[in-house]
Ligand binder design. Structure first.
Ligand SMILES: [Zn+2]
Length: 155
């Protein structure tokens, strides 16, 4: 299964890969290129970068994907040509902010508003942050985007 790590230029793309359900780490601020490549290797991740220098480093072959441009749509197009991710792999199974896999049910002792229960939104929690979530309108809008990419670039 594809796993990723995104450099600082590609955080927006990383957020969408998380939304699709892919295990996606973000490069620590200021991390050295060599350390970033070593992390990608050690964790079995594809390093997505805008930095040509990293892609030309020894050992980068097959481990680093150099992306061009500054637009999300351009990056998605390039990803489709190289790795063909499934944009509906496991949608919204991870927390966008911390990459943890969400677990079913609210966190222990969490407050869940009555309307969430009344409208039967599925409730999840993040085991790392102990916060609860439910899928509202924001997720619905993001899902439309994922479905669009899934149609444009079928896996
Ligand atoms: Zn979390």
């Amino acid at each position: 299964m594809l796993r990723f790590i995104c450099d600082e230029m590609l955080l927006r793309l990383g957020k969408w890969l998380r939304a699709a359900g892919y295990d996606t780490d973000m490069a620590a601020a200021g991390i050295a290129d060599r350390a970033l490549l070593a992390q990608a290797k050690g964790e079995g991740r594809i390093l997505l970068t805008r930095d040509r220098k990293i892609s030309e480093m020894k050992g980068a072959d097959g481990r680093v994907l150099l992306l061009h441009g500054n637009q999300l749509e351009t990056w998605v197009l390039q990803l489709a040509g190289e790795l063909r991710p499934d944009w509906l792999y496991r949608p919204f199974s991870r927390r966008l902010r911390c990459n943890s896999e969400l677990l079913p049910g609210p966190a222990r002792g969490a407050f869940v508003p009555a309307y969430v229960q009344e409208e039967h939104h599925a409730v999840y929690h993040c085991p790392r942050c102990s916060r609860s979530y439910w899928h509202g309108g924001h997720v619905q809008r993001m899902r439309c985007q994922l479905e669009r990419w899934h149609t444009m670039y079928p896996p």
